[in-house]
Write a protein that binds this ligand. Structure first.
Ligand code: ADE
Length: 228
């Protein structure tokens, strides 16, 4: 899968991409990541990519005349046209169902904004899918783009050590329950003991206990998941 990231801050992705799961996936050619600096498409002599909003107001707005040529050039330099996602707090709320859809794609283009937002004509011309990762405002789309990539990449076969480990995740393939509690060594820490059922080796009983814990946790923390 090819990710093409368009950003003003390509350096933000470097340590993330060097991290173990990601670098292994890149090494094994499961994924390829290309970084494009939007500033390279700024035609003016100061390489200005933003300007103050018409009508006044705080902050700066990303300019249509550098973002559009950037995306158009990146888009046409590929075999697949791919899916174009724009990261913005005004977008559709991203969820695991979207992740599963994206995991089937060959090419994903991620457009990251900064400042107060994008000139509206960028969306009118490029018709991207506008995506928000949650109801809070980040300083830019870069962290959101990493979250989207991270969620998609772990569904690509051969990326995680254990091919099945992502299929048990909360929210995966219609799973509406949060994961229950997990424990590992030591058996006792500061007086807190691992539940006896996990130590007895009765796998039927363990599965039942885990299912109960999972429902209980979901009911307490995310009752909205049970309603849907
Ligand atoms: N850019 C700024 N905030 C964002 C959010 N919540 N989701 C996606 N992109 C963003």
């Amino acid at each position: 899968m090819l990710f093409e990231i368009m950003t003003l801050f390509p350096g933000m992705f470097e340590s993330y991409l060097a991290e173990s799961v990601l670098s292994r996936a890149i090494e094994r050619k499961r994924i390829e990541v290309r970084l494009h600096n939007i500033r390279d498409w700024a035609e003016n002599k100061h390489h200005k990519v933003d300007a103050s909003p018409y009508g006044g107001g705080p902050g700066m707005v990303l300019k249509v005349d550098c973002v559009v040529p950037c995306v158009e050039e990146v888009r046409k330099n590929g075999k697949e046209s791919g899916r174009l996602l724009m990261l913005t707090p005004q977008g559709k709320r991203f969820n695991q169902h979207d992740v599963e859809g994206l995991a089937q794609e060959k090419r994903i283009l991620l457009l990251c904004g900064r400042y107060e937002g994008f000139d509206e004509r960028i969306s009118q011309i490029l018709q991207p899918e506008e995506i928000s990762i949650g109801d809070y405002v980040l300083n830019g789309g870069e962290v959101a783009a990493m979250a989207v990539m991270d969620a998609v990449i772990r569904l690509i076969p051969g990326v995680l050590g254990d091919e099945f480990s992502s299929s048990l995740d909360s929210f995966s393939r219609g799973n509406r329950f949060l994961e229950g509690p997990q424990y590992t060594r030591p058996r006792e820490y500061r007086g807190l003991e691992v539940p006896e059922v996990l130590l007895e080796g009765n796998h039927g009983k363990i599965s039942l206990w885990r299912a109960e814990m999972s429902v209980e946790r979901t009911r307490k923390r995310r009752p909205d998941l049970l309603d849907s």
